[in-house]
Design a protein around this ligand. Structure first.
Ligand code: MG
Length: 377
């Protein structure tokens, strides 16, 4: 029986992880659940999984907790995240909260000796050096949940210790893959929110359309697999069946294939090194017939170039890239700026904040705040 804490349990990844717990009640015991504001959904989850502790980070007072749920310890605010990450007897902590708060949670969980299953991008993007250093010192490597990184991780399990020469990071290309530059410039939120293959939250769906998501994933891969950015090749693959691949020096390429369903990478991280029944079928290769691969267009999608520049610049540049993008996406979703303006705002923030340091969580949070301020102005 593995004990698991889930931070961000009412989101897309959290609910699918609970689906796996529900399928395998003999293998998983849920000991902590946290959510941001979806209190009714969290109440239902607590009722079903009966964790020892539960938390709402956006606050709740004790009079609002239903009588039948008072068997569990309720916490609020940042303290709830800290307790769920580090202060239960969970062996595994799934960090599936969204945003830079994930960095502190990952560090707390690692510090407490937990196995981190990572679905939060910001922890590695902003503090990859701190996280990987701590994971190494604690002897608890991060288990990636992001589908591409899970694919790379799965391929490396078959590598027998051989280091790959290169990573092929696949990208669906998003809904604007075939659009021209002028049309992308004026795309609306409704158009950006129509992802062809994956069903995800609004922020990450817009990031898929702009390819900022792939920029963030280059950063994640750089830290997870200790691979310089110039050996991480983005491959546009609209069918989303090959989830990524690794290239070895003998010319062999290992890839992981599957339907675009997050239950596979979530289940793999949860049961590693075993494989679980997840309710997902294998892809029907005969129905698919063919798979296509093309080179990304960095003119149309400047996010990839900006991500590589930020990685090469080091310091807090990736934090600025992330914070500026998040703020610009929010402004786009409020229909305050056009789609094409997202990348321009990020580029301006990177120029304005060149040379900022990121040696501690405090410096990272500071860089994040400054990047957001610049975009807002
Ligand atoms: Mg991904």
């Amino acid at each position: 029986m593995k004990k698991i804490a889930i931070l961000g349990s009412t989101g897309s990844i959290g609910t699918q992880a609970l689906d796996i717990c529900r399928r395998h009640p003999d293998r998983y015991r849920v000991v902590a659940l946290t959510a941001r504001g979806s209190r009714d959904k969290l109440f239902d989850q607590v009722r079903e999984f009966r964790p020892e502790m539960a938390g709402l980070t956006e606050g709740i007072d004790s009079s609002e907790i239903p009588e039948d749920l008072k068997f569990c310890r309720w916490m609020t605010g940042k303290e709830a995240l800290k307790a769920a990450a580090a202060e239960t007897d969970a062996e595994q902590v799934l960090v599936s909260i969204v945003g830079i708060a994930g960095l502190q949670s990952v560090m707390d969980a690692l510090e407490a000796g937990k196995q981190v299953l990572l679905a939060n991008k910001e922890a590695l993007v902003t503090g990859g050096h701190l996280v990987t250093d701590m994971a190494r010192r604690k002897g608890k490597p991060i288990l990636p949940v992001d589908s591409e990184h899970s694919a790379i991780f799965q391929c490396l399990q078959a590598a027998g210790g051989n280091r790959p020469e290169k990573i092929l990071l696949t990208a669906s290309g998003g809904p604007f893959r075939t659009w021209d530059r002028e049309r992308i410039e004026k795309a609306t939120p409704a158009e950006a929110l129509k992802h062809p293959n994956w069903n995800m939250g609004a922020k990450i769906t817009v990031d898929s359309a702009s390819m900022f998501n792939k920029g963030l994933e280059i950063m994640e891969a750089r830290w997870l697999f200790d691979m310089p950015e110039d050996r991480i090749q983005v491959v546009v693959h609209p069918e989303s069946i090959v989830h990524s691949a690794v290239v070895f020096r003998d010319g062999a390429v290992l890839a992981q294939l599957g339907l675009p369903d997050m239950r596979v990478p979530i289940g793999y991280a949860m049961a590693y090194p075993e494989r679980l029944e997840t309710g997902v079928k294998e892809p029907d290769l005969f129905a698919l017939g063919s798979l296509t691969f093309t080179e990304p267009d960095e003119e149309k999608f400047p996010a990839l170039r900006l991500a590589r520049e930020a990685l090469r610049a080091g310091g807090a540049a990736c934090t600025v890239f992330n914070g500026a993008n998040e703020e610009a996406v929010a402004a786009f979703l409020r229909e305050e700026i056009p789609f094409g303006e997202i990348a321009r705002r990020v580029e301006k923030a990177l120029e304005a904040l060149a040379g900022l340091k990121a040696d501690s969580i405090g410096e990272i949070m500071d860089a994040d705040r400054k990047a957001r301020e610049i975009v807002r102005k």
